[in-house]
Design a binder for this molecule. Structure first.
Ligand SMILES: [Zn+2]
Length: 321
């Protein structure tokens, strides 16, 4: 593998709960359109949970191994919602991928799958879990505040952010509306809620180029520019930005080369990656090549290239820095 290959910082795991894996999937989630779409597109054998879980990881491994441009993927956990006393709130947790499952999955492709754990700072023992995950080789912490039902700006979480900074664990934060899961406090996805983590010195990566995901209304865009100007530890990933509701954000980003040094590669796998943004940029040949790419990683790289979005940094540069 060439050292020049990119790292995808935003790849989701999906797993059925089976004894010992610590994962959860609510009946509501099982019935959702997203769940059905992922199961169908990944060809999961749903009658057998254990087999399905294995098939998901194997397919991801094959797709990554087949990529010419991407060499590593940060595979993500998904913590649940917690109540005021820090106990898991089952009723409001639709989907949970445990950190132990993340480490187990990462062991299927050593050095190429990088464990991206998820820790809700509201959970009891959150800092101990940070420490444990750091010792096991976690490379970042993912949060999805809308669904995990906490406010990232709450001052009670500052010690958690300080511990992250000390352990040099970046924070990958979902920004904007949350369609995929069943979000409640959509305001928890506002980019300005990330300021306390940035102030504590955490490297923060705002997902999806900080786009809101509401087609043309982009309240997070001025905030993203402000955060980039104020904090050298602020980054954005470009995941999911070929989706129709975020493509406006992608077309805007290409006009801001001053932000390219703050962009990191990402797909939001298993969500689809579309080729049509090449056409919006008048790049017909890239469109054909992107469309026929054998994997989503190369397709995303091709689209970014066609749009002239040069990624100046890789995730591995940031964690080494
Ligand atoms: Zn995602």
């Amino acid at each position: 593998m060439s050292a020049m290959k990119l790292t995808d910082v935003h790849v989701h795991l999906a797993a059925f709960p089976v004894p010992g894996n610590g994962c959860l999937l609510s009946p509501r989630m099982r019935k959702s359109a997203l769940f059905k779409m992922v199961a169908a597109s990944q060809g999961l054998p749903l009658r057998d949970a254990e087999l399905s879980n294995r098939a998901y990881v194997e397919r991801l491994k094959a797709e990554l191994a087949g990529s010419d441009s991407v060499g590593r993927a940060v595979i993500l956990g998904m913590d649940g919602a917690y109540d005021e006393s820090g106990d898991l709130d089952d009723e409001h947790t639709d989907f949970l991928i445990s950190n132990d499952y993340v480490f187990e999955a990462a062991s299927f492709f050593p050095g190429r799958f990088l464990p991206g754990v998820s820790i809700n700072p509201q959970r009891a023992g959150a800092i101990d879990e940070l420490q444990r995950c750091s010792e096991k080789g976690a490379v970042l912490v993912k949060i999805l505040a809308n669904s995990q039902r906490f406010d990232p700006a709450d001052r009670r979480y500052r010690p958690f952010y300080r511990a992250m900074a000390r352990l040099r664990l970046p924070l990958l934060a979902h920004v904007g509306y949350e369609f995929s899961l069943i979000g409640r406090d959509q305001g928890a996805g506002d980019a300005d809620r990330l300021v306390p983590a940035l102030e504590e010195g955490v490297v923060v990566i705002a997902a999806h180029g900080c786009s809101t995901g509401l087609f043309f209304w982009e309240k997070n865009w001025p905030v993203a520019r402000y955060l980039a100007a104020r904090f050298s530890n602020f980054y954005m990933d470009v995941s999911a930005m070929t989706l129709p509701n975020r493509v406006g954000g992608l077309m805007r980003l290409r006009r801001h080369p001053e932000l390219f040094s703050r962009l990191l590669f990402g797909t939001d796998y298993p969500l689809p990656v579309f080729s049509y943004p090449c056409l919006l940029a008048g790049a017909r040949q890239d469109f054909r090549q992107a469309r026929t790419a054998s994997n989503r990683f190369d397709r995303q790289a091709r689209v970014l290239g066609a749009l002239g979005i040069r990624l100046e940094k890789d995730f591995t540069d940031i964690i080494k820095a």
